[in-house]
Design a protein around this ligand. Structure first.
Ligand SMILES: [Zn+2]
Length: 1010
């Protein structure tokens, strides 16, 4: 409704304006259907009485959900739950939710259940379509119409034809529940919602049923749901005890399952994405729980993702604010849409819709993390009245799962109704967004991205193309060579700090930048004149988050540029002529592997591709060696670290190489180059019982590369007195949440409370799944565990750590020559930074080039010291390197009256990533001076400040610029490998995986090239 702000009598011209507005459909319609039940339809009295009983205050419900319509033949959720949806003490497993949905399907032609795939642990995922019998009968016809709107090329971008299709089509509104397992309310809310949509004969609900198709995935994280229900059952069986926190959700990650919409590495993302795209849905509405009582973060806060269409940002505001208004009219407090959530990162599941021409939506409702009714006390920031939350929540409330279900269903029903009333508008927008995606080359650009056929990293290139294919992006391949004009890069503005040498280098780079580039036949072209160009562009482009942005707390990562993080060659082409060259659409991208040439020795060039490690473990009996220097053979150049494989039949090798996507050359004679053996190291991956999510991404990477490892907790390390007997390499990936060393060692306090078991019991049959178990999650690594790790390294083991576990390794004295800097202004929030190779002879660097982009989230900042246990000396007076006050100018030599002058010895200097030189004074009885052989090798360092940022937010970058990014620290007979970057993260950083894999493959020869 559009209303006059003054009200009362209108001047005549306003009256005409109102008449005009009334002609605008839907948004201004004066005869909206009232949200009220049909008095002619009987209600289910006992069910309705229980709804009332479990709702803790009359304002926590609405006329849409405060009753349940009766049905003679359709069962209510009670048949499965034993009580009504949202009843205290009742949390159904996914299986029970499915059972109910299938009972509905049997009982009414208005419900259809579809299987949409399986999870990592093999559990089923479903989508439930609810609509009129008529609509469900004509799903295929309707889908064919929607498909034309989704791909306007099929109707030659004809707007009139689009209007005809819009008028005939039924839109699809897709709702997804409980991706976050401790957010437990959605499944029961969605069971009851499906019932209402199928049964209720009130005009308000009937319009929704007849007007659109509601598609529901009631449980997205099915593995995690079953674990959460287990824990809740355990809690009910042990009401006086504390219950264990949900440390595993899915097999690999917890909360980050909602950060996978870029990399699509989890089954749940892939299944929801395929369903969304397959149904040609217009909306993806994802249900979460956190803040009171309903935060519709559709409208969110800035900065908005730069690649979404402004048509979408308008839809966000339109739908979000209308949703708030509708629920406010019911008198429901605490409904709001503006808030702290920025809409920059496209990693959230809902962004599947945002970047595939649909509408992304998300609710945060208020949940108790289970089905207990509890007294909840809010923080002042959650109950204060603000401009965007005029009717805030109460400071203190008795809150039930039913209240939560009321809010979820009321929000969804009003949304569905509003969407249906304006469906022509939204369907037309869907078409327009698709059309504008296709018009991208002629509008904002670019015209295409090109992945050249001569990239030395074809395996990583294939992996990047496979991500794009999972995103339903079309890929073409050039059938002949072609040349395109390339945009000339403007030279970066020099800062005051740049010295003359840097300026000269910049000048050289500028001159070397070509204005056109030739690409060989077979190069891949990602055309931007396709319906899903947005997602490709968003993943492949660079991101810039200004340090001056008013948003000071980015909600998630600020940079993700996939070409950079995959370490592949990628060219953004703006010249639309690129689209005219001969190319063909390809349907599948497969890694090109196998062996060429004659001979029984197989040589594999090392370009830092993960599949090399896969092959090492696949061909366990083969003998493999790594070349310590580059070499040439049969006219081909091989990089340092290239593998020489012997003792395996050609057919076996060829098959394995083919499967792994590794290209090899057969040689008849061994090249004359120094080599060392490459053994299949015995690997352990250590996790804490504090959090398993960040290391979960490492497990996922190792599993997908088929690299075997033992998965052990810090508690196992504390009991294992001879780790060397079992392992060569121990990976201790980041714990996450900047875990302190104290927390890693101490775990959770055991001085009070009960043990927190994580194991399968009669109440918790699904808890462990394929992960780890313990009788008590609380104990940490302990000091015994610290000693075991120290002894493991001293006796020759290799310990690899990253970010917070690198801090931990330093805190337990495993790297005496490395210290941590304390940033004062540095702010790097999940950004892509540039690093430089320092020691190309180190096996950890095998296959890498001079420049490498890496994921960094605020360091840590490593510095090196040549003095063990270095501590500052007390000086008398201030320390100064400038000349004293005296004669002449600042650059002139000083003099001393009455004696000849002297030349001050030149102070030796070093770069920030290097060891500071040892002074003559330090060498006197220098028992603290670390001999060169005991010093860390700097494998990678961060780039200079002005070249540091690749993508995202970088503030105060000079504090980490040039500092070491990856270090190999000798300790006893072993090594500690310290990462400041996180090399294995969210399936997005595959270009840096080989830093870890090289460490594993060369664990017993890390000193090579020293
Ligand atoms: Zn959530």
């Amino acid at each position: 409704m559009i209303r006059s702000r003054t009200g009362g009598a209108f001047p005549v011209r306003h009256y005409f304006l109102l008449l005009l507005l009334a002609l605008i459909p839907a948004l201004a319609s004066a005869d909206e259907t009232a949200p009220a039940r049909d008095p002619k339809q009987p209600i289910n009295e006992p069910y309705t009485a229980k709804i009332k009983k479990y709702t803790t205050a009359p304002v926590f419900t609405s006329p849409l959900v405060d009753y349940l319509p009766a049905s003679k033949n359709v069962p209510t959720p009670e048949v499965v739950l034993g009580d009504v949806s949202g009843a205290p003490g009742i949390l159904p497993y996914a299986e029970d939710v499915y059972k109910y949905m299938r009972l509905l399907e049997k009982a009414t032609p208005r419900v259809k259940v579809f299987s949409i795939g399986a999870t990592e642990e093999g559990r089923e995922m479903i989508a439930v379509a609810v609509s009129s019998e008529e609509n469900l009968k004509r799903l295929d016809e309707n889908r064919a119409r929607l498909a034309k709107l989704a791909d306007p090329r099929t109707i030659k971008l004809d707007d009139a034809e689009a209007d005809r299709l819009v008028a005939q089509s039924t839109p699809v509104y897709y709702i997804t529940g409980t991706i976050h397992s401790p957010e437990t309310g959605a499944p029961t809310a969605l069971m009851e919602l499906a019932y209402r949509l199928a049964v209720d004969e009130s005009p308000y609900i009937r319009e929704i049923r007849d007007g659109l198709i509601t598609l529901i995935t009631p449980v997205v994280e099915v593995d995690g749901r079953d674990r959460m229900v287990d824990l809740y059952r355990w809690h009910l069986a042990h009401p006086k005890d504390f219950f264990p926190p949900l440390i595993y959700w899915g097999k690999y990650v917890a909360h980050d399952n909602n950060r996978d919409a870029m990399g699509v590495t989890l089954k749940l993302t892939e299944n929801v994405l395929n369903t969304y795209v397959g149904w040609k849905a217009q909306v993806l509405h994802d249900l979460h729980e956190s803040v009171p009582y309903l935060y519709d973060n559709t409208a969110g806060d800035g900065p908005f993702n730069a690649w979404v269409d402004p048509i979408l940002t308008d839809e966000w505001e339109m739908i979000g604010w209308r949703n708030v208004a509708d629920m406010t009219k019911f008198g429901m407090p605490g409904v709001f849409t503006h808030g702290i959530f920025d809409t920059w990162s496209p990693g959230y599941l809902m962004f599947v819709a945002a970047l595939h021409n649909g509408i992304s939506r998300l609710y945060e409702t208020f949940g108790n993390g289970g089905a207990d009714t509890q007294e909840r006390t809010l923080d002042p920031e959650d109950y204060s009245r603000t401009w965007w939350r005029q009717n805030p929540p109460f400071p203190k409330t008795l809150w039930s799962q039913r209240d939560n279900n009321n809010y979820e269903q009321t929000g969804l029903l009003t949304s569905l109704h509003f969407f249906n009333e304006n469906k022509r508008l939204f369907l037309k927008n869907f078409y327009l967004k698709s059309k504008r995606s296709i018009s991208k080359p002629a509008q904002e650009g670019p015209a295409a991205y090109i992945l050249p056929a001569d990239d030395p990293r074809l395996e990583l290139q294939t992996e990047l193309l496979q991500v794009l294919q999972k995103q339903h992006v079309e890929i073409s391949r050039a059938t002949s060579a072609f040349t395109v004009a390339m945009p000339v890069k403007k030279p970066k503005k020099s800062s005051k700090k740049d010295d003359a040498k840097d300026a000269k280098e910049t000048e050289k780079e500028k001159a070397a930048e070509p204005t056109s580039r030739e690409f060989p036949a077979g190069s891949f072209v990602i055309r931007m004149d396709q319906p899903y160009s947005r997602i490709a562009d968003a993943l492949l482009d660079h991101q810039y988050w200004s340090p001056d942005d008013p948003q000071k707390t980015p909600y998630d990562d600020t940079g993700w540029t996939f070409g950079e993080l995959f370490n592949v060659k990628l060219f953004r082409v703006t010249d639309p002529k690129v689209l005219d060259f001969a190319m063909e659409r390809i349907s599948g991208v497969k890694p090109a592997g196998g062996v060429q040439g004659q001979g029984s020795l197989f040589a594999i060039n090392n370009n830092a591709e993960p599949a090399l490690a896969t092959l090492r473990y696949k061909l366990r009996d083969a003998s493999m060696e790594a070349a310590e220097e580059p070499f040439e053979s049969v006219g081909k150049k091989f990089n340092r670290g290239s593998l020489l494989v012997r003792g395996v039949a050609r057919s076996d090798f060829d098959r394995a190489a083919n499967e792994a996507g590794v290209r090899a050359v057969a040689l008849s004679a061994a090249p004359s180059v120094k080599t060392h053996p490459v053994h299949a190291a015995r690997v352990a991956l250590v996790h804490t019982w504090l959090s398993t999510q960040t290391e979960g991404w490492w497990r996922l990477a190792l599993d997908s590369l088929r690299i075997p490892y033992d998965y052990i907790s810090t508690q196992i390390v504390s009991k294992a007195d001879d780790l060397n007997a079992k392992y060569d390499v121990i990976l201790f990936p980041p714990v996450g949440f900047n875990s302190s060393s104290t927390a890693i060692i101490n775990g959770i306090a055991t001085g009070w409370g009960n043990p927190l078991p994580w194991k399968n019991t009669p109440e918790t049959p699904n808890l462990v799944g394929k992960n780890d178990s313990t009788d008590d999650m609380r104990p940490g690594l302990g000091w015994e565990g610290v000693a075991h790790l120290q002894s493991f390294v001293a006796k020759g083991g290799v310990l690899l750590t990253a970010t917070d576990t690198s801090r931990f390794a330093l805190s337990i004295g495993l790297a005496d020559s490395v210290s941590l800097g304390t940033p004062t202004k540095m702010n790097i929030v999940g950004s892509v930074l540039s690093t430089r190779l320092v020691d190309s002879a180190s096996p950890i660097a095998y296959g890498y080039d001079e420049k490498l982009s890496a994921y960094c989230d605020n360091g840590p900042i490593f510095s090196l010291s040549s003095i063990a246990g270095a501590r500052g000396f007390r000086r008398l007076g201030g320390h100064s390197t400038s000349r004293p006050t005296g004669r002449g100018t600042a650059d002139d030599p000083d003099f001393t009256v009455g004696r000849p002058g002297f030349e001050a010895p030149e102070e030796p200097t070093s770069e920030l990533w290097e060891y500071p030189p040892v002074s003559d004074e330090q060498k006197r009885n220098g028992f603290r001076v670390i001999p060169p052989a005991n010093r860390a090798r700097v494998i990678l360092r961060y780039a200079d400040a002005k070249e540091l940022l690749v993508s995202g937010l970088l503030e105060g970058g000079d504090e980490i610029a040039q500092h070491p990014a990856v270090l190999d620290v000798p300790a006893g007979s072993g090594h500690v490998i310290l990462f400041s970057i996180n090399p294995v993260y969210r399936g997005e950083t595959r270009g840096t995986y080989s830093l870890v894999l090289n460490t594993i493959l060369n664990f017993d020869n890390l000193n090579a090239g020293r």
